[in-house]
Design a binder for this molecule. Structure first.
Ligand code: SF4
Ligand code: SF4
Length: 196
């Protein structure tokens, strides 16, 4: 019968020799591999004591930025949620009340904004879709946890700390702003539409 794959291995019923029965060749072979690795440079690192250097394009935990006056930039337009392929973003929009101008830049803001970090694949499409330069991915790692609900990050974890703003200058560049004006890219169409 013709085999379905060239990788198939014919089973053998050949009797084992005495040495093979003692498993000596297999044990010696295994020890040789262990010894070889023993003197090689380790590929693992002791995280979190040590961390690897991240690539400049690394995309980690998100931040919801504030404007230069400290007001939240997000206007709860939902474009990031629409662009998100993992459906990880949910939000509730609210209307800004008189006197809240210092808190929220636009008349509409996100009273609830949540990202499910277990769903998120850190693709960065939310960042690309945002017309308000409000959401950015940063070089921070999402913390580990044992409880699933702790991976739902709300505004308490996402909004930029007022006293210690997260630097996103590497991502908020003139080139990225210019890129968003190209309507030939799917999510940019939403962005250019939102400008009209
Ligand atoms: S990085 Fe990608 S998967 Fe994660 S929230 Fe943004 S769009 Fe969704
Ligand atoms: S796209 Fe930007 S402004 Fe719109 S809801 Fe998302 S983060 Fe907020």
């Amino acid at each position: 019968m013709q085999t379905l794959t060239t990788r198939s291995k014919v089973a053998s019923n050949k009797k084992m020799t005495l040495v093979e029965k003692l498993y000596l060749p297999a044990i010696i072979g295994g020890m040789r591999i262990t010894l070889n690795h023993f003197f090689k440079k380790k590929v693992t690192i002791s995280y979190p004591e040590k961390t690897r250097e991240f690539a400049p394009v690394f995309r980690g935990q998100h931040v919801l930025k504030r404007d230069e006056n400290g007001a939240e930039r997000c206007t709860a337009c939902g474009l990031c949620a629409v662009a998100c392929p993992a459906e990880a973003i949910t939000m509730t929009a609210a209307e800004r009340k008189p006197g809240e101008e210092a808190l929220y830049r636009e008349e509409k803001y996100a009273s609830v904004y949540e990202i499910n970090m277990l769903r998120c694949i850190f693709c960065g499409l939310c960042e690309e879709a945002c017309p308000k330069e409000a959401i950015f991915l940063t070089d921070r790692m999402v913390d580990t946890d044992y409880v699933r609900k702790n991976f739902i990050y709300g505004k308490d974890k996402l909004v930029d700390p007022i006293d210690k703003p997260i630097d996103v200058s590497k991502r908020e560049t003139t080139e990225t702003k210019e890129f968003k004006t190209h309507p030939e890219f799917a999510h940019n169409k939403l962005y250019t539409k939102s400008l009209k």
